[in-house]
Unconditional design. Structure first.
Length: 131
């Protein structure tokens, strides 16, 4: 698939909120509601799945920036779904996304990703260990 063909594509990912996905499981003293870091991971996964079919041999997509407004708490037991849409394709791929639970919208945001050679990313990271 050509990279430009993903323009306008959407994807939705869903998960159930369990205690290990709450803020309380990440930081003591915080509420036992769906954690923002887990929501960020769901948004990234939703976006990267759109890009996967357009990745070349040995290529992956990597996150560059993410902006999120997590506006409503979600309790353990509810489902959260995130829907992302490709807004722009160029050197970078720009997404908008919205996350909802069973009561309504809980977050909106934007995410930018880039295509990159997997081996080059891993080599660059490994160099940091050799300093």
């Amino acid at each position: 698939m050509e990279k430009e063909q993903i323009l306008g594509m959407t994807n939705t990912c869903e998960e159930e909120v369990t205690f290990d996905k709450t803020a309380a499981s990440i930081a003591e003293g915080t509420p036992a509601v769906y954690g923002t870091p887990v929501l960020v991971a769901l948004a990234e996964k939703t976006c990267l799945e759109i890009m996967k079919p357009a990745c070349g041999e040995g290529e992956v997509s990597v996150g560059v920036t993410l902006s999120i407004n997590h506006s409503s708490p979600t309790p353990v037991g509810m489902k959260v779904s995130c829907t992302a849409k490709v807004e722009k394709v160029g050197k970078l791929v720009e997404f908008s996304f919205e996350a909802v639970d069973e009561a309504g919208v809980i977050a909106t945001g934007t995410h930018v990703r880039a295509y990159a050679p997997k081996a080059a990313i891993e080599a660059k990271a490994a160099k940091k260990l050799n300093k």
